[in-house]
Write a protein that binds this ligand. Structure first.
Ligand code: TMP
Length: 210
């Protein structure tokens, strides 16, 4: 697999209802205003096959989904997405902005479900060797506020049906990731007014890419 320059690979992370889509628009607009071509995408998903896996993963079903099944499907979708979309776009010189990436697996399947972080890192090594984001905005929102916003938007998917305690663990997972990757992971207070969120994102982009 050829090496790819990931300097301009940016991801957005956070709980449901954190405002990732709005933040994504701010990131896209900032780069586009500087004449850059931006590819925005999401996980799980981003290719037809990976979007099918997204549907499979989010569907509410009677059959309990094993934690390892969920983890492997996430990484199956990611492997396809990286191979078909992210690597080619970076190689072609586009900025790539992705709504969720492996930090979501670390937070949801790792901290939330209790899957081993060693296994998760092994899968990351298989699914996207040498292809990791250089900058990650973590939109941090209090769990209850995020879930309220998400519930107002759509019917609960399989993840959104989890108990509050699950999302508390996921948020704790993001807290630990921010400690583990202080250079890459930038916390944005997503309960702040929208102008403040935008200003924080733009000043970070200015410092990194201006
Ligand atoms: P969303 O992107 O629309 O919020 O939905 C994706 C859901 O999938 C969300 O509940 C988080 C979850 N998820 C994981 O559990 N692990 C992952 O690696 C990714 C990308 C998403």
């Amino acid at each position: 697999m050829t090496a790819v320059d990931t300097t301009r690979f940016v991801t957005l992370e956070g709980l449901e209802g954190a405002g990732k889509s709005t933040a994504m628009a701010f990131v896209r607009e900032w780069f586009e205003a500087r004449g850059e071509s931006v590819v925005t995408t999401r996980e799980p998903g981003g290719t037809p096959l990976a979007e099918e896996l997204r549907h499979v993963l989010k569907a509410v079903r009677d059959e309990p989904v094993a934690e390892s099944t969920e983890l492997l499907l996430m990484f199956a979708a990611r492997a396809q997405h990286v191979e078909r979309v992210i690597r080619p776009a970076l190689s072609a010189g586009h900025v790539v902005v992705c709504d969720r990436f492996t930090d979501s697996s670390r937070a949801y399947q790792g901290a939330g479900r209790g899957m081993s972080s060693e296994v998760i890192e092994q899968l990351a090594g298989i699914a996207h060797p040498g292809c990791n984001p250089s900058l990650t905005f973590w939109l941090d929102v209090p769990v209850e506020l995020g879930l309220e916003r998400a519930a107002a938007r759509e019917a609960a998917d399989r993840f959104e049906q989890e108990a509050l305690a699950f999302f508390e663990r996921v948020r704790e997972g993001f807290v630990r990731l921010a400690e583990q990757y202080p250079e890459r992971l930038v916390r944005v207070d997503a309960s702040a007014p929208i102008d403040a969120v935008r200003a924080r994102i733009e000043s970070t982009l200015e410092a990194r890419y201006g």
